[in-house]
Ligand binder design. Structure first.
Ligand code: 5AD
Ligand code: SF4
Length: 455
C-alpha cells in the first residue's frame, strides 16, 4: 500500500544526506515523499543539536504537529510522528517523556533500523532507539530510491574524536568512522549514472577520512578524491567540514592536481588566539592554521577560504579577540560563519567560569561580522567582469531565473530557461552583492541549451 512521508531537515549537510537515506530506507515499505506534513502518514523531524535552544525548538514544533496528528485522527487517518537526528540522540528519553504524541525516536546511527522500529511501534509506547550500534548503518542502507539532482551530498565519514570543549557532536554522532572507499566510489558512480554532476563529500570531520582502500591500504581523503575524479559524469567535487589538524600532503596535492576539485575550502579555525584555541581543545594553534593556508594557496592559488568563528568563549579577553581580527585580516576569507559562544549542556566548556558578558559577545560578534562582511563583498566584487562556470540547480526568486554555484561556492543568479536546470553553464558576472552574484549566460548557443537540444 502506498503511504507518504514528510521529512523536515534541520542543520548541516550530513542531516540533508541522512534525510535522503531515510527516504531510501522507507521506499521499499511503500512510502513516497509527501508535499506537506498535513497529508503525510509519517512525519520525521531530522533535528540538529548544535544551536542554542535546539531542543526547545523541537518541542514547540512537536506541539504544532500534535494538532495535525489529532486532526488526522479525527478524519480517521493515522499520522505517525518521529524525531530523528542529534536532538533525538541527546534527549531521546526526555522526548518520549515530554511528548507522548511522538511514536518513534531514533539517533543518526540507527535509522537503517526504521522498518523494524515501525513494526515494533505497533506494540505500543514510544519506541526509542538511540544506541550506537556495533554495525555500521551504511552496510544496511538500500541503494538510492531516487535521483539526487545535479548537486548531491555523499557521506564518507561520520562522528568525531576531537572533543572540542564547546561542541556536542562527539556525543551525538559518536566516534569517528570512515566508509570503505569502494562503497563510496560505488555510490558516487550510481549518483553520476542518474545525472548528478557535482558531489560534496560530507562528514563531521571529513578530512579525517581513513577508509579501507580496495588495494588493502588505508585511503585518505586526497586519495579518495583522485579516485572519484575518474568517474565519468562527475564534473565537480567538494568536501566539508574539515579540521586543520587533519589536513595532509595528499589532500593538498589533490587541490593542485585534481581539476574536478573545486577551489573552495571550509576550514574552521574558531579563534585567532592560541590561548583560546588551547582552552577549546582544538589541538592546533594559529601557526599551524596559517601554514596550511599558505600551502593550500601555493597548491591552488585561487583557493577561496571559509571558516567558522566563535566569539566570547569563556576567558576570551580583548587581546584574544584582537588576535582573531588579526587572523581574519591576515588570511582573507571569501565567506565565514560566526557565532557567539553559548554553553551546551554536557560539554566541558559549559563548566568553565569566566563567562564573557552577553553585551561584550554581541559587540565582538558585530565587529567580526563587519570585517568578514567587508572581505566577502570584496571577494564577490572581484568576480565582476569574469566568466565563471555555474551549475544551475534551482529556481531563482524571479520568474525566468535560475540559480547555481560558482566554483567558489557563490550563489549566481541568471536569466535562463528551465531546461538549463541541472546544467553547467558559463556565466558572465555582471553584479556582486554580499551573498551572491548576478550574471548573464555567456553564450546560449554554445552552452547546455544547445547540447540539450541535440540530445
Ligand atoms: N557555541 C557557539 N558556537 C558553536 N559551534 C559549535 N558549538 C558551539 C557553541 N557551543 C559552532 C562552531 C562550529 C559550528 C558548526 O558551530 O563554530 O564549527
Ligand atoms: Fe565539534 Fe570540534 Fe569535532 Fe568539529 S572537530 S565536530 S567542532 S568536536
Amino acid at each position: 500500500m502506498s503511504k507518504s512521508v514528510f521529512i523536515k531537515t534541520y542543520g548541516c549537510q550530513m542531516n540533508v544526506y541522512d534525510s535522503e537515506r531515510m527516504a531510501d530506507v522507507l521506499a521499499p515499505l511503500g512510502y513516497r515523499g509527501a508535499a506537506d506534513p498535513e497529508s503525510a502518514d509519517l512525519v520525521i523531524l531530522n533535528t540538529c543539536h548544535i544551536r542554542e535552544k535546539a531542543s526547545e525548538k523541537v518541542f514547540s514544533e512537536l506541539g504544532r504537529l500534535r494538532l495535525l496528528k489529532e486532526q488526522a485522527a479525527a478524519e480517521g487517518r493515522e499520522m505517525l510522528l518521529a524525531v530523528a537526528g542529534c536532538v533525538a540522540q541527546a534527549e531521546g528519553e526526555e522526548i518520549a517523556r515530554r511528548a507522548p504524541q511522538v511514536d518513534l525516536v531514533f539517533g543518526p546511527q540507527s535509522y537503517h533500523r526504521l522498518p523494524r522500529l515501525l513494526a515494533e511501534r505497533r506494540s505500543g509506547g514510544v519506541r526509542v532507539d538511540t544506541d550506537f550500534p556495533v554495525e555500521s548503518k551504511f552496510d544496511f542502507l538500500p541503494e538510492e530510491a531516487a535521483a539526487r539532482g545535479a548537486a548531491a551530498f555523499l557521506a564518507v565519514q561520520e562522528g568525531c574524536d576531537k572533543f572540542c570543549t564547546f561542541c556536542v557532536v562527539p556525543y551525538t554522532r559518536g566516534a569517528e568512522q570512515s566508509r570503505p572507499a569502494a562503497d563510496v566510489v560505488a555510490e558516487a558512480a550510481r549518483l553520476a549514472a542518474r545525472g548528478t554532476v557535482e558531489i560534496t563529500l560530507v562528514g563531521q570531520n571529513v578530512n579525517a577520512y581513513h577508509g579501507d582502500g580496495p588495494d588493502g591500504r588505508t585511503w585518505g581523503l586526497g586519495r579518495l578524491l583522485r579516485r572519484l575524479g575518474e568517474i565519468e559524469g562527475i564534473r565537480r567535487l567538494r568536501y566539508t567540514t574539515s579540521h586543520p589538524r587533519d589536513m595532509d600532503d595528499e589532500l593538498i596535492l589533490a587541490h593542485r592536481d585534481e581539476p574536478k576539485l573545486m577551489p573552495f575550502l571550509h576550514l574552521p579555525v574558531q579563534s585567532g588566539s592560541d590561548r583560546i584555541l588551547a582552552a577549546m581543545n582544538r589541538r592546533h594553534g594559529v601557526r599551524l592554521y596559517l601554514e596550511w593556508v599558505e600551502r593550500l594557496r601555493t597548491a591552488r592559488p585561487d583557493l577561496a577560504l571559509s571558516s567558522d568563528f566563535i566569539v566570547g568563549f569563556p576567558g576570551e579577553t580583548a587581546e584574544d579577540f584582537a588576535q582573531t581580527l588579526r587572523l581574519v585580516t591576515d588570511v582573507g576569507f571569501a565567506q565565514a560563519y560566526s557565532f557567539k559562544y553559548s554553553p551546551r549542556p554536557g560539554t566541558p566548556a559549559a563548566e568553565l567560569a569566566a563567562a564573557v558578558p552577553e553585551e561584550v559577545k554581541a559587540e565582538r560578534l558585530a565587529m567580526l561580522q563587519e570585517l568578514l562582511g567587508e572581505q566577502q563583498r570584496a571577494f564577490n566584487r572581484g568576480m565582476v567582469g569574469r566568466r565563471l562556470p555555474v551549475l544551475l540547480d534551482r529556481r531563482g526568486k524571479r520568474a525566468g531565473q535560475l540559480v547555481g554555484r560558482s566554483p567558489y561556492m557563490q550563489s549566481v543568479a541568471v536569466a535562463a530557461p528551465d531546461q538549463l536546470s541541472g546544467q553547467l553553464v558559463e556565466v558572465d558576472i555582471l553584479d556582486a552583492f554580499q551573498n551572491s552574484l548576478a550574471g548573464r549566460l555567456a553564450d546560449p548557443a554554445a552552452s547546455g541549451l544547445c547540447a540539450g537540444a541535440a540530445a
